[in-house]
Design a protein around this ligand. Structure first.
Ligand SMILES: [Zn+2]
Ligand SMILES: [Zn+2]
Length: 413
């Protein structure tokens, strides 16, 4: 269930500038919250321990005790483990933003304060929702023109935004260019994110060099994926940027970029549980399950679920995968083909409607998101595929909802 914006919260606001302090208090109270003000940072912790607020909003640069110290003290106090902290500062340095989040702040808000948006921005930081946005829902090749006006024509890319400015990106098909534009428009391109690669087929990596935040100094990325027998994730990504194929190399990234090989297993990444499973696809291909505060999202593509009468059908794999995605709030998965188009494409590494429906029904997923559409399908064909999936699900497990997301559509989870 999406966590709604929380109302009626109790705040302690710490700022040595009385005018700014009063402004914040006024805006928060107008939005229905209660506020205790403190303009002497040396008394702030006593006040916070007495009030045990839902959230402390603190300035960074204050005489006596700095905002950093307040964040550290709150995070070290077991009695305040339910208290969130947001740093509000006029400091525009990326270092301070990162430092505050590293110390455990739940958000960083840059002054000046805009009275029109301030309360909403604070509430958004505290809302604890996961924002899931598919930026490319096509597989294999991007599709231009009339065929792709509604669902969009870009290849694989999905982003998840968590509270505390944490962003996970799955795959870097051409959809990542749309995400790049969105990040530039929203934050001037500032971003720290984890980029998970399912596998190195072109439609999952080839637009990475067009992701502008990679060229912005101060940004930080970790690119994670499964290695192949003779190539690490770094080598798989850098090979497509070899100067024969592309004029820019990894060395030209302005951001700090790290690479990490991962395998099947469970990891804690940015404080969030990430579980991986190798999928049924040519070469190594990883599916991801993200669990966060009682909710989960599974990104499972590319993946071929053979028909039960096929010699390649592997019930054990189907059961393992159903366990992997069991009960998830959002299963984003490869449903490339209509059932009638699949027989001539067996062994290409992609699934058709009936087997995706079978998986979602077995696993009792909450919502099934169909992606990785065949490039020869137009919007109407995707409509027909969705209708077929919904019809089959109504019989197999009517509790599962099913949709075909459009590029750029955001879902709150
Ligand atoms: Zn693909
Ligand atoms: Zn593939």
């Amino acid at each position: 269930m999406p966590a709604d914006t929380r109302k009626g919260l109790k705040f302690v606001v710490v700022d040595d500038d009385q005018m700014i302090l009063n402004l914040q208090a006024k805006l928060l109270m107008k939005a229905g919250h209660s506020v205790v003000c403190e303009n002497d940072s040396t008394k702030a912790m006593t006040q916070i321990r007495a009030e045990r607020p839902d959230c402390v909003i603190t300035d960074l640069m204050m005489p006596g005790v700095t905002g950093y110290q307040i964040v550290t003290d709150i995070k070290a106090d077991a009695d305040l483990k339910e208290t969130s902290v947001i740093v509000v500062s006029a400091k525009a340095f990326d270092f301070d933003r990162r430092q505050a989040l590293k110390m455990g702040a739940d958000g960083f808000f840059q002054k000046p304060i805009d009275p029109k948006t301030y309360a909403k921005a604070i509430e958004d930081i505290l809302s604890d929702t996961i924002e899931m946005t598919p930026w490319g829902v096509r597989g294999t090749l991007p599709v231009a023109g009339e065929r792709a006006l509604r669902y969009g024509g870009n290849t694989s890319c999905v982003s998840l935004r968590f509270p505390r400015n944490r962003t996970f990106i799955f795959d870097a098909g051409t959809g990542i260019k749309e995400l790049s534009n969105a990040v530039l428009a929203r934050d001037g391109g500032k971003l720290a994110a984890k980029i998970f690669i399912s596998h190195p087929h072109w439609d999952h990596i080839n637009a990475l060099p067009f992701f502008v935040p990679l060229y912005i100094a101060g940004n930080e990325f970790e690119i994670l994926g499964v290695s192949h027998p003779h190539a690490t994730t770094r080598e798989l990504i850098s090979a497509q940027m070899d100067d024969v194929y592309f004029p820019i190399t990894l060395k030209e990234f302005g951001a700090r970029v790290y690479f990490r090989d991962i395998e099947e297993g469970t990891y804690t990444i940015d404080g969030i549980a990430v579980t991986t499973m190798l999928l049924s696809h040519p070469g190594n291909c990883l599916g991801y399950r993200i669990d966060y505060h009682g909710r989960s999202v599974c990104y499972v593509t590319d993946n071929e679920l053979f028909l039960p009468d096929s010699p390649h059908y592997n019930l054990r794999y189907v059961e393992d995968l159903a366990r992997f995605v069991s009960g998830t709030d959002a299963l984003i998965t490869d449903c490339t083909y209509l059932d009638e188009d699949y027989p001539s494409r067996v062994g290409w590494g992609h699934s058709c409607v009936s087997q995706v429906v079978d998986l979602a029904a077995r696993a009792e997923v909450k919502t099934l998101y169909l992606v990785h559409h065949d490039p020869d399908q137009n919007d109407a064909a995707i409509d027909a595929k969705l209708a077929s999936a919904q019809e089959q699900l109504a019989k197999a497990n009517p509790a599962v909802s099913c949709l075909a997301p459009q590029e750029g559509e955001t879902f709150k989870i």
